[in-house]
Design a binder for this molecule. Structure first.
Ligand code: LLP
Length: 425
């Protein structure tokens, strides 16, 4: 193994780009499995009933869902496209959970027809729509009630979903949540498994989750008295943070689980309620640090006395997070690992937009065109949010495991980008 070259899952990044080209998403599948297992094994050790549902919005593809299935995970989906991917991956229907703040009739029909495991009910419109459909199909469905507990997680504003002023869920602090539960309990076709909340994403502390659990149990205690209702599931969403750069200090994944379980056990005992099954929905923490994006460096430009720019053959089309959330990433020159990092270079994408910058002021060895840049921790919301701006085709995705590489999403061709274009007569 040449130590001057980056290896991913035992395979040289140079060999990967020779075979598949750039930009290229490479997933180390052993890492995906390790991440999944740190959640699953911790729950198992604590001997509590649980489900770990992979939030497939972070990265959904048939191959990825096959891995999630092998690891015994459940699945969080939010659209017909994500349900369809799950079906194509032959994911067990009963382990699929459907989310969404504006589920369409088509999405709900698909969920009912496919007998998916549970629908996370988000609003009154959805309850009415779902009720009509259940009568039409003469079926029952498991539901969770999505609640907004009014917790502000310490993270970027755009990815806050659990605060009171949110488009998601029923407000726990007004009588909305009680009314929603009443409506669901009034109809036998709804099997109300329990409650759900998701307080945000890329969270480094357990305190927000613990506050949310307290809020959920206030409602559960009240509902036990007023409706004689006892939840058999409490779903605490995802949001467990990962390390993108040295500035990030997430907890080890097992520590989130331990804190959540202890808090749920405590509240259940205090309120004299049975211990519900604890469900979580990690996305980023399962795939984020398992993904690396490989690019080829093209043009290099020096603005005298200001900065040096090096442009790669991708950018905001394969990773929109820096432009959208000012997200930071770490990267290395994959063919110069042994060389001293002597210069600062800012990594630009190739889109026709000044905001298309991937990394500002990255420390690198002396850089040249043709060098290979590897950006770390791009496995979550990278390919998933990729787009065809400037009519760039989407990158390819490769999995590596046990010293073998396999293409799992083909690279698009510009003809694919145009495939639905029609000429105007
Ligand atoms: N469950 C629910 C209901 C969610 O809304 C989300 C993420 C998750 C689970 C998974 O969260 P995770 O464990 O991945 O943090 N595009 C943004 C992230 C948006 C997250 C939306 N919901 C980003 O690139 O940072």
């Amino acid at each position: 193994m040449n130590s001057n070259y980056l290896h991913i899952g035992g395979i040289s990044a140079l060999d990967l780009i020779d075979k598949y080209g750039t930009p290229l998403f490479v997933y180390d599948i052993e890492r995906v499995r390790e991440n999944a297992r740190s959640f699953v094994h911790t729950f198992q050790k604590l001997e509590v009933p649980f489900q770990v549902a992979y939030a497939s919005k972070a990265f959904s593809s048939i191959a990825m869902l096959q891995v999630a299935k092998q690891e015994g995970l459940s699945l969080d989906v939010v659209s017909e496209g994500e349900i369809y991917t799950a079906i194509e991956a032959d994911f067990p229907r009963e382990k699929i959970h459907l989310h969404g703040n504006n589920k369409s009739e088509a999405e709900l029909r698909m969920a009912i027809e496919q007998d998916i495991g549970c629908i996370v009910v988000d609003n009154f419109y959805e309850i009415a729509l779902l009720k009509d459909l259940l009568y039409e199909y003469d079926k029952e469905v498991n539901v969770l009630l999505r609640l907004t507990p009014g917790i502000e997680a310490h993270t970027h504003d755009y990815i806050l979903t659990g605060q009171e002023d949110s488009k998601f869920g029923f407000d726990i602090n007004s009588d909305q949540a009680d009314q929603a539960l009443q409506q669901l309990l009034d109809d036998d076709r709804f099997k109300v498994l329990g409650v759900h909340c998701h307080i945000g994403s890329q969270i480094f502390e357990t305190s927000g989750f613990i506050m949310a659990i307290r809020k959920l149990f206030e409602a559960l205690g009240r509902w036990n008295r007023t409706f004689d209702y006892e939840a058999s599931v409490i779903n605490l969403g995802g949001g467990f943070g990962i390390k993108y750069t040295d500035e990030d200090e997430p907890l080890p994944l097992n520590e989130y689980v331990v804190a959540l379980v202890e808090s749920v056990q405590q509240h259940a005992t205090d309120k004299n309620l049975k211990l519900p099954e604890i469900w979580i929905e990690p996305g980023r923490s399962i795939v984020g640090d398992a993904g690396t994006t490989l690019y080829t460096i093209g043009s290099i430009k020096e603005v005298p006395n200001v900065r040096k720019y090096a442009s790669v053959d991708g950018g905001m089309t394969d990773n929109i997070r820096p432009a959208l959330y000012q997200a930071k990433y770490d990267a290395v020159v994959a063919n110069k690992l042994d060389q001293e990092r002597t210069e600062l270079v800012s990594i630009a994408g190739k889109c026709c937009e000044s905001g298309d910058m991937l990394i500002w002021d990255l420390k690198v060895p002396e850089i040249a065109n043709g060098d290979l840049l590897a950006v770390y921790s791009t496995g979550a919301y990278g390919y998933a949010m990729s787009n065809n701006y400037n009519r760039f085709p989407k990158a390819a995705v490769v999995f590596v495991e046990n010293g073998k590489d396999q293409l799992v999403v083909k690279r698009e061709h510009y003809k694919d980008v145009l495939r639905y274009d029609l000429s105007y007569e």
